[in-house]
Write a protein of this length. Structure first.
Length: 138
């Protein structure tokens, strides 16, 4: 099951052409990532108390369709782990009719806030702290 949050495009987020400003797509993606962590039982305070925090290392956005004020969109989020210190974050912004408006892919890691280095096993660390770790494995 893919995690998602629903968002309404707000008028103040529009650019001069009347569609969603390109930077706001990243804000929607960020919102969905934090909501996924929160739903898994990992609010920001809990992560910081454990001595780690998520860090974005790379983000790519493919803009496929414009979004206009008042539209309802679904923002998906999946964490895809490998054996290294980083993991992939795969997201889509989907219009009500099912059309994909944007695809956002990124590389992320979990930063040791004292050593300022990525931790070795982000999937294991997150799962050990989460109340609902199944959400974290997309």
């Amino acid at each position: 099951m893919t995690f998602f949050v629903d968002v309404t495009v707000r008028g103040y987020e529009l650019d001069t052409q009347g569609h969603l400003n390109q930077a706001v797509y990243l804000q929607y993606a960020e919102h969905a990532r934090w909501e996924l962590l929160r739903a898994a039982g990992l609010p920001q305070e809990k992560l910081l108390a454990s001595g780690v925090g998520p860090v974005a290392l790379e983000v790519t956005v493919r803009f496929l369709r414009e979004l206009r004020g008042g539209e309802q969109v679904r923002v998906t989020c999946q964490f895809v782990y490998s054996s290294g210190k980083t993991f992939e974050v795969v997201q889509k912004i989907i219009k009500e009719d099912g059309t994909v408006a944007a695809e956002i892919t990124g590389v992320a890691g979990m930063l040791d806030l004292t050593a300022r280095r990525l931790i070795a096993d982000p999937a294991g660390h997150l799962a050990s702290l989460a109340g609902n770790p199944d959400l974290l494995s997309g």
